[in-house]
Design a protein around this ligand. Sequence first.
Ligand code: GLV
Length: 309
Amino acid sequence: MSLLICLPNKFQPQLLSNALKSLDSELHIEIGKEHVKNNSSVEFAVDWKNHEGHLLNYPNLKAILSYSHGVDNLLSSTELPQGIPIARLKDETMAKLMSEYLLAVVLLHRRQLLNYAKNPEFSNWGTSKYHPGNQIGILGLGYLGQASAKMFLRMGFDVAGWSRRIKQIEGIKCFSETKSLLKMLSQTDYLINLLPNTSDTLDFLNYQILSMLKRGAYVINVGRGKTLVDEDLIELLDSGHLSGACLDVFRTEPLPFKHKFRNHNKILITPHNSSITQAEFAAPQILENYRRAISGKKLLHLVDMKHGY
Ligand code: GLV
């Protein structure tokens, strides 16, 4: 019986296999659907996209593990085996990486540091230019959103968050539903999108919503590209309503060379790397879910199929 890892090379499947083997040397691991010797032996699959619908090929498959926080790539497959549970990762290391990235971006803007890269005398010697505003607004208070919210709180920011289901988190102003979203936006200096990619969030950050932000606000998208309407962001940056944006995710990735986001002087672009799954930290929970799956127990971090995350 085997555990199949089916991930593109950029996710370093061999590293994950090594990390799993170092926890349990008896594991029988296969890497890549094309190397599976006997389809009936596959009981557990680590995947992210269900390339060519291969997950339908394993009659004894008991569970699927999505090798990322966002499960949209996997769930968008029309050829998923029915009734097989899907779990996702909830990884403390990924939460730390995300928090670190967000803090770096907010401080870069707040202290205007990128301007000194272009001109070391951007402010007079011994003086500093500070982008005003202390209010962070986070869209999506899941695992990564909550970890980031708490980090900003510890750093002395005022933090608010909005989620589909209302949350209660000490020290953080929590909102839910559209009416209260508008209230949160009107007070937000740094808007961070961590919403999952679902039919409800498609084009959610459009002109109407973004223009509700406080004048001079800064937008950070680390959720998914399809949540943001590209042209609407550009319009609000060009009109001066928004002071800048940092984008890590895009509708098309890699971001096409001719896209307007490139070379826009108010946009900072990173190549979808704000928080990447780290094999050695993901391995223990993958092994735990593998063991649960083969002994018929409920998996950790099950995906809510109805809501798509
Ligand atoms: C990255 O985008 C992830 O979903 O983990």
